[in-house]
Ligand binder design. Structure first.
Ligand code: PGA
Length: 263
């Protein structure tokens, strides 16, 4: 089979036991299910290496994890985190940076050690060097145990826009027009949305031992149907997960509304 690989790198494990699809009634239930899965992984391995995502989708999951930390003493003190991506040109203290987002929505409210938090640097002078270093740090941490993901309306994971090679590693990307539009809701005006970003590559994400992808709302329904039921293609970078051995997808009914199969 040809998955559009440019250099023949053997990046996909060829056997698959399929993605596990969980459909919940609404966003609240989806968020709680996701948080429960993360909690279980931390309880199994207190020094979990946790890949994290930004955007609207994981906010409910972060809220629930914060509640678990406060009310059930879920302990993040040994957890290491790696974020997927960051806008180029936004310093860490910029309110629209993903660094700022993570502290606001999660890190400030749990007991993760700041020494164990890794987020791509949108102000890196040499993005290529930084990207190599980021990959090295993931490796040194023992690889990502559990990667939390959202999905773009164009099927992206991280900021791996349509056309990104499936064997890509952490790299600089130009954002798709649809992503700039989607994300303009966080900015005063569309012109303010950065045009480029640094993101873990598709292969970097694929190498996580376990993957948890969340999608909510009707505007994700088409991308969801394509990545689960369509061909594996760089045009929908999430489709690579069809070959991953341990991927859980949690959807609400709206996001699942264009799936043809029964799950
Ligand atoms: P969203 O973004 O959660 O804000 O919809 C998801 C993504 O672009 O990966």
């Amino acid at each position: 089979m040809n998955f559009g690989i440019s250099n023949g790198v053997n990046y996909i494990r060829q056997t698959s036991n399929g993605m596990k699809i969980i459909i919940k009634n609404n966003y609240d239930e989806l968020s709680k299910e996701a948080a429960n899965i993360i909690k279980e992984e931390i309880q199994k391995k207190p020094n979990l290496v946790l890949g994290l995502a930004t955007g609207s989708t994981p906010i409910g999951c972060y809220k629930e994890l914060i509640r678990m930390h406060k009310e059930e003493r879920l302990d993040f003190s040994q957890v290491t985190t790696f974020n997927l991506d960051e806008y180029i040109g936004l310093p860490a203290n910029h309110p629209q940076s993903y660094n700022f987002f993570m502290y606001e929505n999660f890190f400030n409210s749990i007991n993760v050690s700041s020494n164990n938090i890794y987020i791509p640097d949108g102000m890196a002078e040499n993005v290529e060097e930084f990207s190599k270093e980021y990959e090295k740090k993931i490796k040194e941490a023992g690889g990502i145990d559990l990667q939390l993901l959202g999905i773009g309306s164009d099927g992206h994971i991280g900021f791996n826009e349509p056309g990104t090679p499936l064997d890509s590693r952490t790299h600089l990307v130009n954002l798709a027009v649809s992503t700039i539009k989607d994300n303009s809701r966080f900015f005063e005006k569309e012109e303010d949305v950065p045009r480029s970003a640094i993101t873990m590559g598709v292969q970097t994400i694929f190498e996580a031992k376990k993957i948890l992808l969340l999608a909510s709302g009707e505007n994700k329904a088409e991308a969801v149907a394509k990545f689960i039921e369509g061909p594996i293609t760089p045009q929908i970078t999430a489709s690579v997960l069809q070959k991953h051995l341990d991927t859980i997808v949690i959807l609400d009914k709206a996001a699942a509304s264009k799936l043809k199969g029964k799950y």
